[in-house]
Design a protein around this ligand. Structure first.
Ligand code: ASP
Length: 340
């Protein structure tokens, strides 16, 4: 009898000890697993003179809000895709950026939106292109990644697919802003002067993108855009193209790009950065710098990227005069900036 109760007490103690070890272990890995996030709100020909202190403060506040929302999600131990989607939705819902509300106008005075997301653990990816009624395109891209056998859906088909997941639809005018309308008028005047149907120079950038490292070591990248002002003929840029505007692979890095999409497609910018890390064994900073400041500059392509690797290092190079950007690296160092 006595032996039996001693035995059960010893057993209970043993279980408690075991639970404590498991808890302490988990706790320790949570505390030490690095997390990081970087985001952009577009790169382009920006000059400090065009910013009133109020406007600059608005950009800084929105970039910070998205950054911190994403970071808080990473701190909970959630999968990186949750942080990417939450941060991108904040930027899509702001008229300051060329994604969601505030998207640039097509030549026909409409909005056609593109978005994509890629998960570095499985290399699963989802993208939508040329949609006109999806309030938050990144949600539809995420649904494609998680619920479709396909990677990229376009136009009406993408809209029908999104409907099945109760993703909010809006009238195309929901994305209207006066500022982007003025950009369209200017672009059209320039096209007229150039008497060219193939006018392609970007009037303004402003795409948004987020990359993260989550507590489980997953690298995830997402990008969302209205594309380029005065685009025609169903033009699709790099943002929804996996490898061009968005790429993630847990063994190398996660990248989201912004800039003159045609160049980013032709030079496969996002995947090129990650491949250089894998094949040449160079650092994230070096790989991103070579692709943006050498390869792309030599080709004549404007733009930049945000990128993160498995250690939580962050790189945010751009070859334009400015890029709206923000990051918190693995050491908890926060950056919010527009110019060099
Ligand atoms: N890369 C986007 C596109 O070409 C534009 C941008 O980044 O602002 O569609």
């Amino acid at each position: 009898m006595f032996t039996k109760s001693v035995l059960s007490s010893v057993f209970a103690l043993f279980i408690m000890l075991l639970s404590f070890i498991v808890w302490a272990n988990n706790n320790e890995s949570n505390t030490h697993a690095p997390i990081a996030i970087a985001l952009h709100g577009g790169a382009g020909t920006l000059s400090p003179q065009q910013f009133t202190p109020e406007l600059k403060a608005q950009y800084y506040a929105k970039l910070s809000e998205a950054l911190e929302a994403g970071y808080r999600i990473l701190q909970t131990g959630a999968d990186g895709q949750e942080a990417v989607v939450a941060a991108i939705m904040i930027l899509e819902n702001s008229p300051l950026f060329n994604a969601g509300v505030g998207a640039v106008y097509t030549f026909d005075t409409e909005h056609e939106l593109d978005a994509s997301i890629m998960h570095g653990k499985t290399r699963e990816a989802g993208a939508i292109a040329g949609v006109k009624h999806i309030k938050n395109p990144i949600l539809a891209a995420q649904a494609v990644m998680n619920h479709s056998v396909h990677v990229m859906l376009s136009g009406d088909g993408a809209e029908t697919f999104a409907e099945q997941f109760a993703i909010e639809r809006v009238d195309n005018t929901h994305f209207n802003t006066e500022r982007r309308l003025q950009s369209l008028h200017k672009a059209k005047a320039r096209i007229k002067r150039q008497a060219s149907l193939n006018y392609q120079h970007p009037e303004k950038f402003g795409t948004v993108g987020v990359v993260v490292l989550d507590q489980l070591g997953n690298l995830v990248a997402g990008t969302s855009t209205g594309g380029m002002t005065a685009k025609r003929f169903g033009r699709i840029g790099d943002s929804p193209i996996i490898g061009a505007g968005t790429f993630a692979d847990n063994t190398s890095c996660a990248v989201s790009a912004t800039g003159h999409g045609e160049y980013f497609i032709r030079y496969q910018v996002a995947s090129d950065i990650c491949k250089r890390i894998s094949y040449q064994n160079i650092s994230l900073a070096e790989a991103a710098d070579i692709v943006i400041n050498r390869v792309l500059v030599d080709a004549g392509g404007d733009g930049g990227v945000v990128a993160v690797d498995g250690q939580g290092n962050v790189a945010m190079p751009f070859n334009t005069t400015g890029m709206y950007r923000a990051s918190i690296d693995a050491n908890g160092v926060k950056t919010v900036a527009i110019f060099e």
